[in-house]
Write a protein that binds this ligand. Structure first.
Ligand SMILES: NC(=O)c1ccc[n+]([C@@H]2O[C@H](COP(=O)([O-])OP(=O)(O)OC[C@H]3O[C@@H](n4cnc5c(N)ncnc54)[C@H](OP(=O)(O)O)[C@@H]3O)[C@@H](O)[C@H]2O)c1
Length: 326
């Protein structure tokens, strides 16, 4: 029998109000899919673009939401990795995650560590797997590296600070734009955090890093990339995770330092790379040094407000979630 969920169904593109939950009839489960009874969904910036119609892959009607956590309710007949009752987290589902039920391909679903709540699990996929991919799979971070995390108060930034420190970076410098965000980045292990709104920010950061900066994780390439090229040491790496506008730089700086520039896009990473990140995070949680930081928690019927707050907040404080069925 067809399953009916309550979900933020985008019937037409628009403002946050289009996220008000309504009934959604799920397609029948496919052979390699799992049906997840949702407990929490991550709230991601890209979902604003989907809601407004700026993301070409999402066309109405569709349920919004690209990551989350819950319990396996049903498995397709070729699924081998999961059974009914397993606690899981996932990304890139087939139906969206702002919902009481969600269908996802088995390959994009991962076992949730017993020490984590569903809210903590829901924020693992996008920020923590992205930070892991950027630092380790692409940036090849090594023990003793000196790392700069641009945007350390944000969802990806907080994850990156914890992961860089946990993997043995000798020093992690970071940036944020509010006192609360700076404090949070310190609490996640940053050695030094600078306010990018300070008038002397660029010079202070140059003084901080000297000539030994091996790796930069960049969340705001449009505003920081040219500065990053000044800061990075010769033969260093810059991994670009985000940008909010066009980006200009003096390409001569790339040549003279033989800098490696890498782009990171978790949604387009290979299945094996994402599984590798999920497995690594599981080990870090088991070892006790990785603890996902949950920002604000909303209910499903507060989904519209969560998007209003995303655009109007004073500064980032980690990643927000929607808690479902509480
Ligand atoms: N490539 C991928 O796979 C992937 C995955 C996840 C996210 N992203 C993208 O990565 C970016 C960061 O994501 P997020 O979830 O971490 O965002 P977030 O939670 O909003 O955090 C953004 C961070 O950037 C800082 N920031 C904002 N404006 C800045 C500016 N003008 N100069 C310097 N720093 C600035 C913020 O500081 P304050 O708020 O403290 O001022 C905050 O630390 C976004 O563009 C997102 O779309 C990409």
């Amino acid at each position: 029998m067809a399953k009916i969920a309550m979900a933020s169904v985008i019937k037409e593109f628009g403002g946050p109000e289009v996220l008000a939950p309504s009934e959604f009839k799920l397609p029948h489960i496919g052979s390699k899919q799992v049906l997840i009874r949702m407990k929490a969904a991550g709230i991601n910036e890209v979902e604003q673009k989907m809601r407004r119609g700026q993301f070409r892959f999402a066309q109405p009607p569709f349920v919004i939401g690209i990551d989350g956590a819950g319990v396996i309710e049903e498995t397709g007949n070729e699924v081998t990795k999961f059974k009914k009752g397993d606690r899981v987290f996932f990304m890139k589902p087939d139906t969206g995650s702002y919902s009481t039920l969600c269908l996802a391909p088995e390959d994009n679903v991962y076992h949730l560590h017993k020490n984590l709540t569903f809210e903590e699990g829901a924020i693992l996929p996008v920020p923590y797997m992205t930070a892991h991919r950027a630092l380790l799979q692409l940036g090849k971070i090594k023990q003793g590296d000196f790392v700069l995390v641009q945007g350390g108060s944000g969802a990806v930034g907080l994850a990156a600070i914890q992961i860089a420190k946990g993997l043995g970076a000798s020093r992690v410098i970071s940036t944020a734009g509010t006192e609360e965000g700076i404090q949070l980045a310190y609490e996640h292990g940053a050695d030094v955090v600078r306010n990018y709104k300070s008038p002397d920010f660029k010079q202070t950061l140059k003084d901080d890093v000297g000539s030994g900066l091996n790796l930069i994780l960049e969340t705001n390439a449009d505003v920081n990339f040219d500065l990053d090229l000044d800061l990075i040491a010769r033969h260093g790496k810059i991994v670009i995770v985000g940008k909010r506008g066009p980006c200009q730089c003096d390409i001569g700086k790339v040549l003279s330092k033989e800098t490696t520039i890498l782009g990171c896009a978790l949604l387009y990473a290979a299945t094996e790379n994402r599984q590798d990140s999920a497995d690594a995070l599981y080990r870090y949680i088991e070892a006790g040094w990785l603890k996902p930081f949950v920002g604000k928690i909303y209910k499903l019927d507060e989904a519209p407000q969560s998007h209003v707050d995303m655009t109007s907040r004073k500064g980032a404080m980690g990643k927000d979630v929607i808690s479902i069925e509480k």
